[in-house]
Design a protein around this ligand. Structure first.
Ligand code: PHE
Length: 341
């Protein structure tokens, strides 16, 4: 029996040497110490042994069991530690490696210009109103002092959806709606898309963006208009820039003006952008025509006001030096990603 035990010890020692993972260690352990394991079977065989020898042999087998248990315990400590170390090694993170770069989106230049203008005007106490893009004839023309047979209706070529409905050709359509909704004193800006029949080329597009401004109160003068436009020019194009008003014509304003700002390409000295004039035309404006005030249900004897309409594409082109209007509509990421805030 003792030789049997010694052989078993030797066998276990040998087999343990070849084991280096917990799974095989566990199955080896059961093959010795499990219910039907070799040591357990030995215990059972005690029954067949002579009575006198039984206690001594029992003790020896118990010692063997203890010995095996501690052998397996030690082996499992070493194996677990090794497994942990190799896991650490495999999952090692090199914190000195450069991070994976993330691609962030950017705002469209028209959105940037819109936001900037809205910041300026809300800072001056204007509120924002968005009228519908599908307008009716009344708000887009008739109420703006452009009756049906008025020759000025030919100024823009309109997309008609029906006899009465059309895609608005100007954000001025928002003027009457804003006046109907809020009583003066009124300071409002109307940003949005406008549509005119035009082919897309480097300077024209059938859809573009405008922002309308409207101020209605008692005793509003052309001076107030000039003051607001000067703030606009300075904030948009820099403290140095100046504004200039030139007489013009719009049916819904009287007097009407075109507004020029100092050329941002040359600071007024004259260059290719301003065709050597030193000035760039940026918007149309004027004092709201008494008929328009009347059409909104207000008394032009009491109220006066000014209005202006800025083309946002034009501002973006000047501000960012964009050479072709088409680039604003092609959604080419190489172009758009340059406009990071
Ligand atoms: N609506 C005019 C345009 O589209 C601009 C404008 C707005 C002019 C308000 C005067 C007053 O060109």
């Amino acid at each position: 029996m003792e030789t049997k035990i010694n052989l078993l010890k030797e066998k276990l020692n040998q087999e343990l040497k070849n084991i280096n993972d917990s799974k095989s260690l566990y199955s080896l352990q059961s093959s010795y110490l499990g219910k039907t394991g070799e040591i357990s079977l030995m215990m059972r065989e005690l029954g067949k042994v002579d009575k006198e020898e039984r206690p001594k042999l029992g003790q020896i087998i118990n010692q063997l069991k203890e010995w095996a248990i501690s052998k397996f315990f030690n082996a499992s400590q070493t194996i677990k530690l090794n497994e942990l170390l190799s896991r650490y090694k495999n999952e090692e993170i090199d914190v000195t490696l450069p991070a994976k770069s993330q691609k962030y989106g950017s705002l469209h230049p028209i959105t940037l210009v819109t936001n900037e203008l809205l910041d300026i005007f809300t800072g001056l106490g204007f509120y924002v109103y968005e009228g519908p893009e599908i307008e009716n004839d009344y708000y887009c023309f008739t109420a703006l002092n452009l009756p049906k047979d008025h020759p000025a209706r030919d100024m823009q070529d309109t997309f008609y959806l029906s006899e009465d409905l059309l895609l608005r050709v100007q954000t001025s359509a928002g003027q009457i709606r804003a006046m109907e909704q809020n009583k003066p004193p009124l300071k409002v800006v109307v940003p949005g898309r406008v549509y005119r029949i035009d082919d897309l080329d480097s300077t024209h597009s059938p859809m573009f963006h405008q922002m309308e401004g409207l101020v209605i109160d008692k005793h509003v003068t052309l001076c107030d208009l000039k003051g607001v436009l000067e703030i606009l020019a300075k904030k948009m194009f820099g403290e140095e820039s100046k504004t200039r008003l030139r007489p013009s014509f719009f049916p819904f304003t009287e007097p009407s003006v075109e507004v020029d700002v100092t050329c941002c390409g040359c600071g007024g000295k004259g260059c290719k952008i301003c065709k050597n004039t030193g000035w760039i035309e940026v918007l149309g404006a004027g004092m709201v025509h008494p008929n328009v005030i009347k059409n909104a249900g207000l008394d032009p004897e009491i109220y006066s006001g000014f209005a202006f309409g800025v083309g946002l594409e034009r501002i973006a082109i000047l501000k960012y030096g964009i050479k072709d209007l088409k680039w604003l509509y092609e959604n080419d990421v190489r172009f758009l990603s340059q406009f990071k805030i």
